[in-house]
Write a protein that binds this ligand. Structure first.
Ligand code: PMP
Ligand code: GLN
Length: 384
């Protein structure tokens, strides 16, 4: 038997590799992005409530009504548009599924899809598995903003899709009004869809406001907006996400969703629906994470690493090229083994492993753990 790989250039994701290495070398794990603290006990109690009450069979294919309804209300509250929870909102098994099903819904073999690099790893794989051709556009080196001239010149008659991500993983860049305008102008009058990865919508700093594509009438007509309850409520392991898209797009999206997973875990949908009734639960998230970011940055200032404060997400990317010639993968490995702090080499977010000597830390951890990691990083020069 001979299997011809559909993803010949793909290995195990860097998040799995680094988390495993962190475990093996008993390092503090600031690599894979997940909170190092528990969720609100009130949310956990709600799961108990619904599992005990017998909400344990298949949920409706598109998600339970209460969760779709509350998500639609949250969207209206935050972005000024009330999606139709019957026809435009679908609950998925993580944002990963939402991203895959969105890409699958629009791409045909040979279609081109634009990806802004560095990029989260699932976009490229989803494009290739659907026969699409990824076109990679590097973000500006200085501040990771979007090079709109480059985007414009990369569009061809084959372009069917652009994947965007704000707040951005791994750089923390947050889109401005100008970015929204540029996107709008470039795809106006063209048959180009947008998959908008907004999983860090509530993790945003310094008074910034997340600009969802849901908030713009022209853009939302062409967009699949994907989100994750895992990120917002500190429960990444529950793998519950969503996709909001106009009715015609949602019809196609659901055809795929129903054969990928059919439906999403039932009692957790009920728990999330009830928990979301209180807007404080998501409105308090920026302040909660900003405190952690600030603590982490204060500590980083005592090292020689270079960085600008992340604008959103729970990641801080730092540069070390002025200190060492070492490749970022080697540095991440040495940091894990010798300093006992695990991070992610940012070259993993490029299809061709472009190494600009950046590494990414996740600061979604208890203060004590962050302080210990920062203390260990003071010995950085030993591994440069
Ligand atoms: N997009 C980005 C940018 C992410 O960082 C993640 C992280 N896990 C995901 C999508 C996937 O989210 P989920 O865990 O809900 O599938
Ligand atoms: N999104 C997380 C990160 O960027 C990881 C999720 C995963 O392991 N696939 O670190």
């Amino acid at each position: 038997m001979n299997i011809r790989s559909k993803l010949p250039n793909t290995g195990t994701t860097i998040f799995t590799v680094m988390s495993k290495m962190a475990q093996e070398f008993e390092a503090i794990n600031l690599s894979q992005g997940f909170p190092g603290f528990g969720a609100d006990p009130n949310l956990l109690n709600l799961v108990e409530k619904y599992t005990s009450a017998g909400y344990n069979q298949y949920a409706p294919m598109s998600g339970i009504e209460a969760l779709r309804m509350n998500l639609a209300k949250k969207t209206a509250h935050c972005y000024g548009y009330l999606p139709d929870y019957e026809d435009e909102v679908t609950i998925t098994s993580g944002a990963t599924e939402a991203l895959f099903a969105s890409i699958c819904a629009v791409l045909r073999p040979g279609d081109e899809a634009l990806i802004l690099e560095p990029a989260y790893d699932s976009y490229e794989a989803a494009i290739i598995l659907n026969g699409g051709v990824p076109i990679h556009i590097p973000l500006n080196k200085e501040d990771f903003s979007v090079d709109w001239e480059r985007v414009k010149s990369s569009i061809s008659f084959k372009t069917k899709l652009i994947v965007i991500n704000t707040p951005h993983n791994p750089t923390g860049y947050v889109w401005s009004e100008k970015d929204m305008q540029s996107l709008k102008e470039i795809i106006r009058d063209r048959n180009i869809f947008v998959v908008s990865d907004e999983v860090y919508e509530h993790i945003i700093f310094d008074g910034r406001k997340h600009l969802s594509l849901m908030g713009d009438e022209e853009l939302r007509e062409k967009s699949f907006v994907c989100g994750s309850f895992g990120k917002t409520f500190h429960v990444t392991g529950w793998k519950v996400g969503y996709c909001i898209a106009p009715k015609e797009l949602t019809v196609e999206f659901r055809k795929i969703h129903q054969f990928l997973t059919f439906s999403t875990v039932t009692p957790i949908q009920y728990a999330l629906a009830e928990y979301m009734e209180n807007p404080k639960h998501y409105l308090a998230i920026p302040t909660f994470y900003e405190k952690k970011r600030n603590l982490f940055l204060e500590g980083l200032k005592k090292t020689e690493l270079k960085f600008s404060a992340t604008q959103g997400s729970f990641f801080q990317t730092v540069s070390y090229g002025h200190l060492s010639q070492k490749g970022d993968k080697q540095l991440a490995e040495d940091m894990c083994k010798e300093l006992k702090v695990a991070c992610i080499p940012v070259s993993s977010f490029y299809h061709d492993s472009t190494d600009n000597q950046f590494i990414r830390f996740c600061f979604a951890k208890e203060e004590q753990e962050l302080e210990e990691a920062l203390h260990r990083l003071l010995r950085l020069e030993e591994i440069l």
